[in-house]
Design a protein around this ligand. Sequence first.
Ligand code: ADP
Ligand code: MG
Length: 314
Amino acid sequence: ATPTAVMVATGVGANNGVLIKGGDALERAQKVRYVIFDKTGTLTQGKATVTTAKVFSGMDRGEFLTLVASAEASSEHPLARAILEYARHFHFLEDPSPTKNTQSQGRVSNVSGWLLDATEFSALPGRGIQCFIEGKRVLVGNRKLLTASGITIPTHVESYLVELEESAQTGILVARDDNLIGVLGVADPLKRESAVVVEGLMKMGVRPVMVTGDNWRTARAVAKEVGIQDVMAEVMPAGKADAVRSFQRDGSIVAMVGDGINDSPALAAADIGMAIGAGTDIAIEAADYVLMRNNLEDVITAIDLSRKTFARIR
Ligand code: ADP
Ligand code: MG
């Protein structure tokens, strides 16, 4: 392709909300063999919603939700936001008086502080969070988080988790002072176009793959819904880049599509890093392509554009 053709293609991309950082990135996309998708916020909407809260300990429901929300208040994770929203709504419905909550523009927000003080907050990437509330250690996260702290998961809790995960939900465990006190179920629906894009890629001879920090059972359920056969789950943030490299090993050209801070090493490691425009700045910086419309169809647009620009007459 001539420099002019590359310039034209870059312009066409930009007009369609596909920002391409350089001619090399544009050229590489035609040869892509695997497209690795992050799950949360990339294949899914990233708008997690709490569907159920089960208290196992005989503890009051409101008290339980206050505790979990207080623990998550310092977390930036989409799961944390979902939990806070759920707890706020619960408290608002329990007591709509403005001393506890106010409702502005249809959203309930904490004003006068029904949240408890949490100290020594720490986020454990790929696992969850830990903090202290009223002198007691509170853990909110997945199995790994609890078992690493020596907390065993009783069989009735485990079967409840399995039930949630088989319906593509994420189960979040809550423990206080080494006692498992409850479980939250969180759902994050697929983006409308995800399945169509997966199918489209396969028709183009490109293999879609899903990688996630979430647990295997949820990952498999989501992958099945979207039509992806190759799944890697329970991948720690640093492991996503290794996953990319494992697909590159035989010389294959690999694209990575992601939105989170977690994804930026993988976006950088990939031959073609594609960041969702609505994603975090760090991901956008690490990527070669930015999909400004936040629509996964643009993964296909990008590959198509490269193929058309660099097509040779044989
Ligand atoms: P993904 O790769 O799907 O974006 P992450 O690596 O961010 O996932 O998180 C993996 C898992 O760690 C989550 O599915 C959840 O079980 C747990 N986790 C992470 N952060 C939190 C949090 N703030 N609260 C509860 N659980 C969390
Ligand atoms: Mg993500």
